[in-house]
Each structure stands twice: as C-alpha cells, then as structure tokens.
Design a protein around this ligand. Structure first.
Ligand SMILES: [Zn+2]
Length: 92
C-alpha cells in the first residue's frame, strides 16, 4: 500500500476538506466519522470505526453512542463486569 502525502486547507470555519484521493484511499464517504489523533507531534486522521470501549467489538453496539456492545451492557447490568482493585468499574 503506497503512502498518501498531500496537502489540504482548513477554511475560515475550521473545516478541513479531505481530498477525494485521500477519501478513496481511506474508504471514506460523505458523513463518515474520522478520528483525529496526535501521535509524536503529528496529527493523524483515521477513518473512525465505532467499537465497544470495554471489549473492542464492532458488533451489536448500542445507540445512541455506539461505544458499548450488547454483551458488555448485559454484563454490566448483571454485575458480572464488576471486579475489584485496579480494574473495578463503578456503575452509578
Ligand atoms: Zn463489549
């Protein structure tokens, strides 16, 4: 896979227009989410893929935030996701 290296401009509203070539390479469509990440002084724009913040699964994510899957939500609800010590998850 060849590396992408191109310029894009931020407009007066702070909007960054992603060149079509970059969109095609990342498989981005209008309306898709992207993640903007700082790594070692560089800003990296990645296609955002919703995933469960607890197990990493990309399936059966619950709306509206799509950040917890049905299985982890069920574990939390039943209390089986609670552990002691550093890994404790407090549910209020
Ligand atoms: Zn999960």
């Amino acid at each position: 896979m060849s590396e992408l290296n191109m310029m894009a401009k931020v407009n007066e509203n702070g909007i960054l227009e992603v060149p079509k070539e970059a969109m095609d390479k990342l498989g981005l469509k209008v309306g898709d989410k992207v993640s903007i990440v700082e790594r070692s002084g560089h800003i990296v724009i990645e296609k955002h893929i919703d995933h469960c913040i607890l197990c990493g699964s990309t399936e059966n994510l619950l709306p509206p935030l799509y950040c917890v899957c049905e299985e982890c939500a069920a574990k939390i609800k039943s209390g089986s996701a609670l552990t002691s010590g550093a890994n404790r998850i407090d549910i209020f």
